[in-house]
Design a protein around this ligand. Sequence first.
Ligand code: NCD
Ligand code: ZN
Ligand code: ZN
Length: 346
Amino acid sequence: MTVQLTIPRPDDWHLHLRDGAMLQAVLPETARDFARAIIMPNLVPPVVKGADAAAYRDRILAALPDGMTFEPLMTLYLTEDTDPEDLAAAHASGLVKAVKLYPAGATTNSASGVRDFDKVRPVLDKMAEIGLPLCTHGEVTDHDIDIFDREAVFIDRVLDPIRRSTPGLRVVMEHITTKNAVDYVASQNKDLGATITTHHLIINRNHILVGGIKPHYYCLPVAKREEHRLALRAAATSGDTRYFLGTDSAPHTDPNKLSECGCAGCFTAPNTMPLLAHVFEEENALEKLAGFASENGPAFYRLPVNSESLTLEKQATPVVFPQKIETQDGPVTVFDPGFDVFWKVA
Ligand SMILES: NC(=O)N[C@@H](CC(=O)O)C(=O)O
Ligand SMILES: [Zn+2]
Ligand SMILES: [Zn+2]
């Protein structure tokens, strides 16, 4: 007997689509399963102004294959020069759904990010006033802070002070990787949400480092100890509506991953939904997958749940996923969970 699970069509609340040839190649991998996605603005140069976001949205829609439907939810990249009025206009027109905070130097293409948080205070006040969410890459970049501690230190030194000084600002802690983040969400109100990636529910730091270094498991924030992965699993499957899926699917070509200074990012768009079904089944929480992947995100972003549905099907033999996708820039390796998966999208 085939086991089936039907959920409202999911959305991805944290996605990197890139641009040009890469965009062309990766967009169908998301649009196949997801109705909408929050599109990360860390292009080179970044998506900073409303006009940049409008042009990027048009490039995404132009790259969408015929017959596919997909709605890109655009974001602006917060810089110390962001103009609160430009941002408010982009929000009022319905174009922009969130603003992204990258501490300068924290991750891929974050050089234009924020160094001095006092400089963006007027922007944050404006966002609180108009109800525009702030998405945070939550890691400090201080050289003396160990990379495995950078998320926890960000919560204490940056996030909590922002939340205290800007009451009413709605914040998403993006791609959380620690029990510290889960504990912080628990201590806060409904104005704080958190996205969790597929891969952080599957790998811990041993997967990256034991038995040889595995560049395809390297992403930022870097995967932590097992106790943290277990806390993320508990959070994702808890039914707490403040947790929702943000895959952080972040394609880089193999030459850029398999290099002396390899890029950070896992490419999970092609197999995320089957992997999540596997994880939620392991946690005896298949009935919670609809909340995590399809309902909690729209509730936070004040958007309707998609009216279409997606059916996942469990088969008797392992599903074979493509190992790579080809792009004009080179091959991109698909995230390999390292175990057999029996779920597929019907
Ligand atoms: N997650 C990653 O490891 N990489 C992302 C950037 C990010 O989300 O931090 C990317 O753009 O490649
Ligand atoms: Zn990030
Ligand atoms: Zn990301």
